[in-house]
Structure formats: structure tokens, C-alpha cells
Design a protein around this ligand. Structure first.
Ligand SMILES: C[S@@+](CC[C@H](N)C(=O)[O-])C[C@H]1O[C@@H](n2cnc3c(N)ncnc32)[C@H](O)[C@@H]1O
Length: 460
């Protein structure tokens, strides 16, 4: 019986030890490993002020035992930036241990170590000098920025550029934040802050250079596809990469894509690479330039036609014409047609362009089996029930209820507190394409009416 209890206790002890081993030791939970408290509130980056001496537990083991000791203490190693936890010393190896789980020799798996003739005499605690280089950007900024307010929660990376959207209380620290990110983020050469809300037509972010070079020409990859553009003159948001991927995944070779607000091509270029037939449009001449460049760079110009005009004009002229062409061309294989409209602050207001796009005469002689396009329109909505609001916005601007034609209303991302971005996907019908604008079934919603639900100005 006693035997059994002893075995059970041993098992519990071992399990507890292994559970402890599995724990992730956060450096910032250890007072010893925090940067010196004096750096709090620093506004000009003084790298020297981060130096401090910390008592660190260590094991000294002979070279011939190191390989067998290491697996036993692997999860207790002290891991910090630019710090080798296992170093060569004169008579073997020195293993630096984390001061949080290792308070004394007894904190280690002593039985296993002793089997290797590693004893308490191999264990010492001695001082180690830490400095600015040993903390990552997050740790440095957490120790400097005001403790009682939100810190720097996130930033975007676009090629060599780090793009911040600093809250007001962090603005006095912007120079320091910029320098820390420049030092710590691999391959970062430029740090910019969003200077104002993007209320301009072309939706490009207004940038303030806070650190590094004023070089906005970037090369980046999204979902494996390379893109190049001037970030200061076009719209690009890496937070949309999943959404771009979702749409591109819907498309198969030979499908048709009309991209009304194409930017530099995050929907259009991957779709053209998949050998879809793509018509891509953007009003911004600089976006148009980089759209063409990206089409060329990705060797998909044969499947990409580009336009530089207003989205409404693009729908009324080019989409209209191209759809007729597809409908009139007999096709052996099945294909689908998609229209992307990603200008979330305004896109819904372009939906009425589909009403009465054709006359009955235009559509005579078309086979009954023609495929009508699926529209993916993006919209912001602000308030309580944002999902219901976007549906209402789409229906009001389209001038018809979505009914059975609604495919989905998908949450894309939260843009600000109480403000969400959605995609509404629905199918256009022959009826809608034939119903002239002069007899809308519902009043097109007035811009002023939607001011409550859609923040037209702050396109983030
Ligand atoms: C939010 S960005 C989306 C770009 C890209 N489709 C994406 O998903 O990242 C909207 C784009 O619409 C363009 N734009 C703004 N107003 C326009 C209009 N009236 N007609 C066509 N394009 C417009 C802007 O230049 C910008 O590139």
C-alpha cells in the first residue's frame, strides 16, 4: 500500500515538474528582467540608460556532459534578444537559466542532474549585464510608455515601412517609438504615422515620417504574390490580405472579375494570375500605374484589362459592354462572374448604376442560361447592429430587397470602436438590370441619412 502511495506521489511530483517545464516563462513577468524603472517616460531614446546588472542562476558543466544536461534544462533557459543562453567557458559550458522558475538548485531536476554527476556545486548565481539590445521592441516600449494608458498595440508592415496609427497620448513619444522600431524590426528602414484620417478621394494614407528614410517605394508580397507601389500615393492595407485571399479563392480559371475600385491590384492581379478574365479599374492615376506594373511583374497582362476612370463610368461603359460580350459568346465550360467593390466608405452609393444597365432590347436573344454576376460590395457600418445596417444600406442604394439573391453578409474587420467593415455578396438579376432608375422600388438612401450608420470620412 505504502509502495503504491509513494509511486503515486512520485507520479504527481513528476507531472507537476513537467507541467512547470511546459510553462512559458515571460521575461516581463520577472522584475529582474525588466528594463530599469528609470526609463519610464523617456522621450528621447537614450540607449545607455537601459544598462543594468541582474543576478542570473547558471549551471557550469564540463564539455562532455553538456549535451546530456541541456535537454534536462532546455525549458528553463534564459531567452532574451542577442543573448546566448549556452556559452563556451574555459572549462566547459555555462548555461544561463531563467530567474523566474529557477530560484535555487532545488528548482532544477536535481535527481536527473545528479545521475550525470552534476551537483549543487555546478550551480551558481552571478550578475549579468543587460542592455538595450537584450529587449525586443515590445518590451522596450512597454517599459518606456505610460504604464496607466494603452501602449502601442499594433502596427502594419508594408515592405520596409512600419506604419503606425498612434493614439493622441502617444504622440509625445513618437520619435522614440520610431527609433525603437527602426532598431528592432528586421529590415525596417522607414517608420511613418498616419497623419490624418483618409478622407481623400484616392484613400491613400496621409503619412508623417517619424523615423528613418523618406522612401515610400515598397516591394511586398501578399498571399505569395509580389506587389510594388509608392505607399504614400496609393491605398494599401495589409490587414485586408485575408479578405483578398477569400475572394481570390472563390475564383477559378476562366471566371470573370470586374474590380471597380482595384487599387494596385490585390484582387485583380492574383485573379489574372489564375487565368481569370479581369477588368480592373481605379480612379487614381498612380494606382493605375502600379496596377499595370504589378500585372506586368506578375506576367498576367494577357488576362488583365485596366481602366483609369470613375467607378460608375466603368460599370456603365466597360462592365456593361464586357458582360454582353461574355453572354453572347457561347462557352463550352461553366464559369462565374464576380464584381468586387472595395471602397467601403462609398461603394454602396455606386450600386444604383446596375439598375437599368440594359434595355429589354439589349438582352433579347440571350440564352436563358446566361450567368448573372455576383457582387461583393464592402461597407462600413457604425452602431449597434452593424450587420443589419449594412444590409439596409445595400438594399436602399440598390433600390431593391436582396431576398433570395443574398449570398452572405460577412464581417471583414473591426475598424474602430463600434465601427465594422463588412462584405455583402449578392447576385444581380435580370429584373434588376432591366429596371430603370426612374422607378426605384425603394427610395435610394440619401447620404445625409446614412451619416449615422456609415462614417464616410474615416476610411481606415
Ligand atoms: C479602399 S481602396 C481598395 C483598393 C483595393 N481594391 C484593395 O482591396 O486594397 C479604394 C480604391 O478606390 C479608388 N477610388 C476612389 N474613388 C474612386 C472612384 N470614384 N472610382 C474608381 N476608383 C475610386 C481609390 O483610388 C482606391 O485605390
Amino acid at each position: 500500500m505504502l509502495h503504491k502511495i509513494a509511486r503515486l506521489l512520485k507520479r504527481i511530483e513528476l507531472t507537476e515538474f513537467h507541467l512547470r517545464l511546459r510553462h512559458y516563462w515571460c521575461n516581463m513577468d520577472s522584475i529582474e528582467l525588466l528594463p530599469p524603472p528609470a526609463v519610464r517616460g523617456m522621450k528621447i531614446l537614450e540607449r545607455d540608460h537601459f544598462k543594468k546588472h541582474v543576478p542570473i542562476p547558471r549551471l557550469h558543466v564540463p564539455e562532455n556532459k553538456a549535451q546530456r544536461v541541456l535537454p534536462l534544462v532546455k525549458k528553463l533557459l534564459l531567452k532574451m534578444e542577442h543573448l546566448q543562453p549556452v556559452r563556451a567557458v574555459e572549462d566547459g559550458r555555462e548555461i544561463l537559466l531563467h530567474p523566474l522558475p529557477v530560484k535555487a538548485w532545488e528548482s532544477l531536476p536535481t535527481q536527473e542532474l545528479e545521475k550525470l554527476q552534476v551537483t549543487e556545486s555546478n550551480f551558481i548565481v552571478s550578475e549579468l549585464q543587460l542592455g538595450y539590445e537584450n529587449w525586443n521592441a515590445n518590451e522596450i516600449l512597454k517599459s518606456v510608455l505610460p504604464a496607466n494608458e494603452d501602449g502601442l498595440t499594433s502596427y502594419s508592415r508594408i515592405g520596409h515601412i512600419v506604419h503606425l496609427n498612434l493614439r493622441d497620448h502617444l504622440l509625445p513619444y513618437k520619435q522614440l517609438i520610431g527609433e525603437v522600431l527602426l532598431d528592432k524590426v528586421p529590415n525596417c528602414r522607414t517608420v511613418v504615422n498616419k497623419a490624418a484620417t483618409i478622407d481623400n478621394t484616392y484613400r491613400n494614407f496621409q503619412l508623417e515620417l517619424i523615423s528613418g528614410e523618406a522612401d515610400y517605394q515598397v516591394e511586398t508580397k501578399e498571399n505569395g504574390v509580389p506587389f510594388e507601389f509608392d505607399f504614400s500615393k496609393v491605398y494599401w492595407n495589409p490587414r485586408l490580405s485575408t479578405e483578398h485571399e477569400r475572394i481570390v479563392k472563390l475564383l477559378q480559371e476562366n471566371d470573370v472579375l470586374y474590380d471597380v475600385f482595384a487599387g494596385v491590384g490585390p484582387f485583380s492581379v492574383p485573379a489574372a494570375k489564375k487565368r481569370c478574365h479581369v477588368l480592373a479599374n481605379d480612379l487614381n492615376p498612380v494606382s493605375f500605374h502600379w496596377l499595370r506594373h504589378n500585372g506586368k511583374r506578375n506576367k498576367c497582362l494577357t488576362h488583365l484589362k485596366m481602366y483609369n476612370k470613375d467607378g460608375r463610368q466603368f460599370i456603365l461603359e466597360d462592365v456593361r459592354q464586357d458582360l454582353l460580350l461574355h453572354w453572347r459568346t457561347p462557352s463550352e465550360s461553366k464559369y462565374s462572374i464576380h464584381i468586387t467593390m472595395n471602397l467601403p466608405a462609398l461603394a454602396v452609393e455606386f450600386l444604383d448604376a446596375f439598375r437599368g444597365l440594359y434595355t429589354a432590347e439589349d438582352l433579347t436573344d440571350l440564352p436563358e442560361t446566361v450567368i448573372y454576376p455576383t457582387v461583393h460590395v464592402y461597407s462600413f457600418a457604425k452602431g449597434e447592429n452593424t450587420k443589419a445596417l449594412v444590409r439596409q444600406l445595400v438594399e436602399d442604394n440598390l433600390g431593391a430587397p436582396l431576398g433570395n439573391e443574398l449570398e452572405s453578409i460577412s464581417f471583414v474587420r473591426n475598424v474602430a470602436p463600434n465601427k465594422d467593415m463588412y462584405r455583402v455578396s449578392f447576385n444581380l438579376t435580370k429584373d434588376l438590370l432591366l429596371t430603370p432608375k426612374s422607378v426605384p422600388s425603394r427610395k435610394r438612401i440619401a447620404t445625409e441619412d446614412i451619416e449615422n450608420v456609415v462614417d464616410k470620412v474615416k476610411c481606415v
